[in-house]
Design a protein around this ligand. Structure first.
Ligand code: OSB
Ligand code: MG
Length: 376
């Protein structure tokens, strides 16, 4: 495909309510969108880096720098036919998976449009609907959390995930389980605990949790495998899994029984599919995580979730849970059964509202091929 233009934008989008994890509170998102034009088509990708480098080493600002100065010019200077060509094109740049995914996923979107198929069909998706869960941040009080859970269950969501940390864990699980003995319940620590907390973590086993996500260090497999030997609750890894090799190591070491796949964290669709396949071949279920995405990233998460081994409800939920107005049309909605229905329109399946994006844009840069700026 001929690349006719790459534009990077930063948008400011306030969340409808703050989202608190063990590493901090997010109130406003700074979202990077990559727009790639090719032969009359437009592909979109979202960079899922956080505002601060707290979930991973990337942030909105590091990603902006790496896309504008490195990855964007590389892509604009390359011959590209498929989304799957991108990892090789970007291979000189180490790390920075969320920056890479923003561009790679826009190419996958373009490729699907060029082939006249949905992104789900292009990647070999097998579902016409996906099961949805919600990720609930740490709240001011347990009664406030209980009200939120009641509302989310009434909307149909199939699984409730509670963010947790020391002081917001067993007491909370206890109350929630007493009220709702049978719901699918899980928790996510975002690395809030250390191995010395193992005796405490073993108490989680009393609450029939579907999983505990990333209890220990963000870059660890070894201590998670030690912990898994002591706990019945399945460990799910999120932060630790950067690519297929990590998934293989974690599975081999029995560091986890479930893997959360995030497109940004693994660098885009190519690696996400590779992690999915590696896990499937070894009988390890996966599900699709979220990073408080706008509609563009959400559309990609939805397509990814249609692959066969996405067997558990993801953190992929309705636009209205995050935004007063999303930047896609239609917005993402969830059925009373807690499912998102998959569009079979070509590409990402949701129109991008360029007028609204223009209003929300705070910076914008047209990216040039290396030869045009006389670099390298
Ligand atoms: O660990 O899954 C996580 C949000 C930001 C950073 C990390 C995580 C999350 C979530 C939110 O859990 C999931 C969502 O997008 O709703
Ligand atoms: Mg997580």
């Amino acid at each position: 495909m001929r690349i006719d233009g790459i534009v990077l934008r930063e948008l400011h989008l306030p969340l409808v309510r703050p989202f608190e994890t063990s590493f901090g509170v997010t109130r406003n998102r700074r979202i990077l969108l990559a727009e790639i034009r090719s032969e009359g088509l437009v592909g979109w990708g979202e960079c899922t880096a956080g505002e601060r480098p707290h979930f991973s080493g990337e942030s909105t600002d590091t990603a902006w720098q790496v896309i504008v100065n490195e990855l964007g010019p590389m892509l604009a200077s390359a011959t590209v036919e498929h989304g799957g060509d991108c990892p090789k094109i970007f291979s000189l740049v180490r790390g920075n998976p969320m920056a890479k995914a923003a561009l790679e996923n826009a190419i996958w979107d373009l490729e699907a449009q060029r082939e006249g198929v949905s992104l789900s069909q292009l990647i070999g998706g097998v579902r016409d609907r996906i099961p949805c869960g919600v990720s609930l941040g740490i709240q001011k009080s347990i009664p406030e959390l209980m009200d939120i859970i009641e509302r989310e269950l009434a909307s149909g969501y199939q699984r409730i995930k509670l963010k947790c940390k020391l002081g917001w864990d067993v007491e909370v699980f206890e109350k929630v389980r007493t009220q709702w003995p049978d719901i699918m319940l899980s928790c996510d620590a975002n690395s809030a605990y250390k191995l010395k907390d193992a005796d405490h973590l073993v108490n989680f086993d009393a609450f029939d949790l579907l999983m505990v996500e990333q209890p220990l260090w963000y870059d660890d497999f070894y201590y998670h495998s030690m912990l898994q030997k002591r706990m019945n609750t399945p460990i799910c890894l999120d932060e630790s899994i950067r690519n297929r090799r990590d998934a293989l190591a974690a599975i081999e070491m029995e560091s986890c029984k479930i893997i959360n796949i995030k497109l940004g964290r693994v660098g885009g669709f190519s690696e996400a599919i590779a992690v999915h396949n590696a896990a499937q071949e070894r009988g390890i279920s996966v599900w699709c995580g979220g990073m408080l995405e706008s509609g563009v990233g959400r559309a990609h998460n939805i397509a990814l979730s249609t692959l066969e081994n996405f067997r558990l409800p993801g953190d992929v939920s309705a636009s209205a849970r995050y935004w007063s107005e999303d930047i896609i049309e239609p917005e993402v909605t969830v059925t009373p059964e807690g499912e998102i229905l998959i569009s079979d329109a070509p590409g990402r399946g949701y129109e991008v509202r360029t007028d609204l994006i223009d209003q929300l844009t705070v910076r914008k840069e047209e990216i040039r091929a290396f030869e045009l700026v006389g670099q390298r």
